[in-house]
Design a protein around this ligand. Structure first.
Ligand code: ADP
Ligand code: GLC
Length: 492
């Protein structure tokens, strides 16, 4: 069975800023349960060390990378049997807060050095040169922070196969030319067929050019990124590599996100006890200072407040949505201008719109359980996890027709509801008018309780576990390993 080194910049609960953290925790566990021998490699941020403490932390190796002493600390993902190797380098990873930027949202100035170090350590492990006495068959890399791994491994004659997963093509890991020199990367990589991207160094591109196999997190996004609209300037490259590119839908951790056993909830429930969902709604309304009303439809949103998530569309549609009698509960943090605009909007609708700025895991679960509907007007969405959590929690998603949202939500009309396919409401194009129209359709159905409960029930019984996707990754690992063996035999 495959030995896999899974390299990532975040994995929940050791560190999480978004869906990458969720997937980096749940996918390796799913692969482990399918028989793969997994090791997860990620930075030892201060919060990570704190959260790992209870499970025990043991130094297992030490090396020096460009003058920095780096230790590998072994632990487990809390509450699981998944082995984790933490890359400890206090000068680069020993700062609290967001792993990518400071409190003002400015990228850490040494991000290139920080994630270059993660990649170099990953390569040392991958080539079994760090004294761990373990060599993977596959190195599975995720997003730009790990983009240098396939680059650095490419010239190694005896190396594992490399797989690079794009969770979000919008984040390039872009740096000036000088970074190439600073990182000691060879000049030949400054080429449009390698790391150069319109006069910048793109670490994401490194992964896309040099990895043996590429994946992204939904089939529809895999198609979209091969076109100019969603390709972020990399669509040509992705078309060139289309035979190596697969879209594999994300799964969810169905233990962590299970309304029947969710310890964050005031009242747990399942399909049979669905009326108990109302207790969560009442508590959420109370906790968030919303008018307590069982009848008023409550719409939820959780997410990073960035352009991707369609916050502008939401702001522009807000008056119309409020005019239809709904309540709105929002949790998120991100760009200051969105935070400001949302605060002002919430101020205009006391008791009707509640906003919590910041990151709050418990509240996220409570919104999933307490809201009637969940809005995701994303302009693009590689997969999206919140619509999957919503489906599981009987909270009907209203989504823009893009990426993974397209693959996971089935629009409701009389025929799809009757046939048992409908799960939510889909709109397109990404305009306030289309969004408002979809909300209005949802509110209409909400007023027909029997139909609404049927819709909830269909969503709650959909299977978004990792079973199928885990197997799809394993098939790719097999493929990539075979190709690697052949290449080694041929001396290429
Ligand atoms: P993305 O990865 O683009 O942020 P996803 O939908 O894939 O979007 O995943 C987002 C994850 O992050 C979900 O688990 C969501 O609940 C969580 N999340 C986002 N913002 C917050 C927040 N402010 N507080 C708590 N959880 C959040
Ligand atoms: C990214 C994407 C999101 C996806 C997540 C996990 O952050 O924006 O759509 O679900 O990664 O793959």
């Amino acid at each position: 069975m495959f030995k896999v080194l899974f390299v990532t910049s975040e994995a929940a609960p050791l560190m999480k800023t978004g869906g990458l953290g969720d997937v980096s925790a749940s996918l390796p566990r799913a692969l482990q349960s399918l028989g793969c021998k997994m090791r997860l490699l990620m930075p030892a941020y201060p919060e990570t060390l704190e959260r790992a403490k209870a499970g025990g932390i043991t130094p297992v190796a030490e090396t020096t990378v460009r003058g920095q002493v780096v230790r590998i600390l072994q632990t487990r993902l809390p509450g699981t049997r998944l082995a984790v190797w933490l890359v400890e380098c206090p000068a680069l990873f020993g700062r609290a807060g967001n792993p990518y930027h400071d409190d003002q949202g400015n990228d850490w100035p040494d991000n290139a050095e920080r994630f270059d170090l993660l990649c170099r350590v990953a390569c040392e492990v991958a080539l079994d040169r760090i004294g761990l006495n373990w060599q993977p068959d596959v190195v599975h890399c995720n997003d730009w922070q790990t983009g240098l791994v396939p680059v650095l491994l490419a010239d190694e004659p005896k190396r594992p196969a490399t797989l690079f997963t794009v969770h979000n093509l919008a984040y390039h890991g872009r740096f000036p030319y000088e970074t190439l020199i600073k990182l000691g990367l060879p000049e030949r990589l400054w080429d449009y067929r390698a790391l150069e991207f319109h006069g910048y160094l793109s670490l994401l591109k490194g992964g896309l050019v040099f990895a043996d196999r590429l994946t992204t997190v939904s089939p529809h996004y895999a198609e979209e990124i091969q076109g100019p609209d969603q390709g972020q300037g990399l669509d040509g490259l992705l078309r060139l590599r289309r035979n190596d590119l697969d879209g594999i839908l994300n799964g969810i951790d169905d233990q962590l996100w299970d309304p029947a056993h969710d310890h964050h909830l005031p009242a747990t429930y399942n399909l049979r006890t669905l009326p108990r969902k109302a207790v969560n709604k009442a508590q959420l309304q109370q906790e968030m200072g919303l008018e307590e009303s069982a009848e008023r439809p409550l719409i939820g949103f959780i997410g990073r407040l960035v352009e991707q998530k369609g916050i502008d569309l939401m702001l522009e549609s807000l008056d119309a949505i409020m005019g239809m009698g709904a309540q709105f509960v929002m949790l998120g943090s991100g760009q200051p201008e969105y935070e400001k605009a949302l605060k002002a909007a919430a101020g205009r609708y006391p008791g009707r719109m509640a906003l919590r700025l910041g990151y709050d895991e418990t509240l996220a679960h409570r919104i999933e359980a307490g809201a009637d509907m969940f809005l995701m007007p994303s302009r693009f969405e590689p997969c999206g996890l919140n619509q999957l959590y919503s489906l599981r929690y009987g909270t009907v998603p209203i989504v823009h027709d893009v990426g993974g949202l397209h693959d996971t939500v089935v629009n409701t009309d009389p025929i799809s509801l009757e046939s048992g396919a409908a799960t939510g409401f889909i709109f397109s194009p990404a305009t306030p008018a289309a969004l408002t129209e979809a909300v209005s359709r949802a509110l209409d159905l909400y007023r027909a309780p029997a139909d609404w409960q049927r819709l909830q029930a269909i969503g709650m019984t959909r299977d978004f576990s990792w079973q199928r996707s885990g197997r799809a990754y394993m098939a790719l690992y097999a493929d990539a390993c075979k190709a690697r063996t052949q290449a080694e035999t041929n001396g290429t």
